[in-house]
Design a protein around this ligand. Structure first.
Ligand SMILES: Nc1ncnc2c1ncn2[C@@H]1O[C@H](COP(=O)(O)OP(=O)(O)O)[C@@H](O)[C@H]1O
Ligand SMILES: [Mg+2]
Length: 264
């Protein structure tokens, strides 16, 4: 077995390949991507002007929006490819693919602790309503839940999340608890303080170092430049450039279509 692998370039982390996908809303094309591979590098950024199609593309990868055409493949290292665009959205986490939400989940009716418990049990338990008696789910995640809640300063897990920032951080913790092998983050630090942003960046780096592929959409370009190993630039539904942060930052098309608009 090992001998077969010697000498062959083996991908060590999962990748996602987008193949000829398009999406229109009310007659206008908002995403039209011929070919895009995500996950060659540990942390990749997807940037571009408002309305470029970044959120839509991420939602298409998660199959929470059906594709008009094309397909999206998950390429796990050493295993058969999985057609994500053939799976229901709620199966993604079973394959390790998890996304945070630009618009946060509504946690209003659940305590912080229960909302996280529900989130981690959802892909694992056939009947999610039984999870509150599922000791195994609780036992598997308790230590991690406490560690993340402490890191992000949630003193009382039996309280309710109040601010938009708290809900946003809880959504990120939810993603981490699902132990993703491929994590998509849609503006994870928007609206967060500098201190909390640093902590989010810290956990993202930690996760990527442990082998997870991370793709991040973010308007705060300081986050992109400092976090990403590779950046994809999207405009008008197409991913038109790829490169390391320094070359993307200096690229005249990026400057003209995006950076020059006062986004920096
Ligand atoms: N559900 C929807 N119905 C109609 N138009 C949509 C919908 N979702 C997104 N759009 C449109 O698609 C375009 C791309 O949006 P989006 O993917 O959110 O861009 P980005 O995340 O890059 O800012 C925008 O013009 C937006 O108004
Ligand atoms: Mg968006």
């Amino acid at each position: 077995m090992v001998a077969e692998l010697v000498g062959a370039p083996v991908a060590t982390r999962p990748r996602i390949r987008v193949e000829g996908v398009a999406k229109s809303f009310t007659g206008s094309v908002v995403v039209d991507v011929d070919e895009l591979v995500l996950g060659d590098k540990p942390i990749e950024g997807l940037i571009g002007p408002n309305g470029a199609g970044k959120t839509t593309l991420m939602r298409m990868i998660m199959h929470s929006i059906p594709l008009d055409r094309g397909r999206i493949m998950l390429l796990p290292p050493g295993r058969d490819a999985v057609e994500l665009s053939g799976l229901p959205a709620h199966w993604m986490a079973r394959h390790g693919v998890v996304k945070s939400n630009q618009v946060i989940m509504d946690f209003d009716d659940l305590t912080i602790w229960d909302s996280l418990l529900l989130a981690v049990a959802e892909p694992a338990v056939e009947q999610p309503h039984r999870l509150f008696s599922e000791r195994s789910v609780f036992a598997r995640h308790e230590g991690e839940m406490r560690r993340y809640l402490e890191l992000f300063g949630f003193a009382d897990p039996s309280a309710f999340a109040l601010s938009a920032g708290e809900k946003k951080v809880l959504d990120i913790i939810r993603c981490l608890l699902l132990r993703p092998t491929f994590l998509l983050l849609d503006e994870p630090t928007a609206g967060l303080s500098e201190d909390v942003t640093e902590k989010v960046m810290g956990v993202v780096r930690e996760l990527a170092a442990a082998g997870t592929s991370v793709v991040i959409v973010e308007h705060d370009l300081n986050v992109i430049w400092s976090l990403c190993d590779e950046v994809h630039f999207m405009a008008e539904g197409r991913v038109i450039l790829h490169g390391d942060p320094a070359s993307i930052r200096a690229n005249s098309t990026v400057v003209e279509k995006y950076l020059g608009e006062g986004h920096v």
